[in-house]
Design a protein around this ligand. Sequence first.
Ligand code: SIN
Length: 501
Amino acid sequence: MKTPRSDTDTLEDEEPLLQDACLVDGEWRGADDGRTFAVTDPATGEVIASVPLMSTGETEAAIRAAEAALPAWSARTAKERAAVLSRWAALLLEHRERLARILTREQGKPLAEARGEIAYTASFLTFFAAEAERVRGEVIPASTRESRIVVLRQPIGVVGCVTPWNFPAAMITRKAAPALAAGCTAVVKPAEQTPLSALAIAELGRQAGIPPGVLNVITGDAPSIGRALCESPAVRLLSFTGSTEVGRLLAAQCAPTVKKLSLELGGNAPFLVFPDADPEAAVEAAVLSKFRHSGQTCVCTNRFLVHDDLYPEFTERFAERVGRLTVGSGDEPGVDVGPLIDADGLAKAADHVADAVAQGAEVMVGGGPHRAGGTFFEPTVLRGVTPAMRVMREETFGPVAAVASFHTEREAVDLANDSRSGLAAYVFTRDLARAWRVTEALEVGMVGLNTGFLSVETAPFGGVKESGLGREGSHHGIEEFLELKFWHIGGLSSPGAAATS
Ligand code: SIN
């Protein structure tokens, strides 16, 4: 049974940041027809807020606002844009606790993780504020003495940003910060499950001095908002984080307008433990990588592949450690694993366990819905897992760790690459030559070597194969929002020729 919270435990303290309207052209407004939808707390199922149920018409209005704001915003100097982003970062950090509480209530992750996410959210603003001033052109050697080739980097224009529910705050700035730093304007659609963080962050952006129309945030019907963003010729880039299935659909919808795409899609991360690894460090990293945010991150491990020699020790230690994780509501002290986002998430975790057990896997710990009820699922470790099982082939997105074994390095790499996804991988070894060999052979965009954690604003986050296109974060992240324009200048003098008049 889900336990309702006490009457006094409301989001009252967070009210200065709570919005029940959307930000379009600098104004807070509702849906044209006044419709709203409910936002619920996944820990209790209680309704915590209502936000506008917007659709095509409001999306088109937001795009028009972004188009109108583009000339003035892109004409600002990089320093001026950077100053706004820096103020926005400072406000986020000033309100960190409030934002973390809103995030936990709408999303479910433990407060400590939510606080970490708000710091991560601010880090993209700080990083891209500095990066704004590093966008440079080039001069390329020309083919004749009388010509020059100059390359300009210019903002791509209006961008559409569609963000997921698993990082309701950080994914807003991972997209909006480089967009605004580059001189673009944006229309952001947060996930229906978690709009409150996005709206609160937008309000702080407004307070930081983002001009009307530069950042628009709309909530509502995902298919119609997504379609309007994809089909608009005015939107020149669609940046999406979410499932591969939806990414494929959005890419198809963007084809008629030949829109640039930045897609951060699903993963199926392998975690390779070689016989020379430090087993204790590998277990700690495995817990972090698998159970952070209840296994609901696209970079979280989906397949543990452990060398035969270490398999018994690793699985025993891992199961013992996982058995000590505390499950509960994200705002309770000491909780490690919160609820899953919804009933579908719970059903998928349960199906993956059932399928593995039916095919011969053994449940070492956990294995089913948690006694707390609702969408809480027991942190689970399965051993005796084989590559044919669904838990190995599909992204579980829940707190279920499937551990298989391997004999040789070649086999480990082949198993790891046996996936249409290619986002992240983790490798545990103390052999430097092996670390290089394996990293170079893995078909992924990111590798954690002797660590279970990857995400940082200074590194290029993204995948290969069906895990996506483009990179977010780092100096590469701003490139997504810039177009190259080359200028071929003719009729000049030869280099070094002095003017005679
Ligand atoms: C994601 O799961 O989409 C993002 C994960 C991260 O930045 O750590």
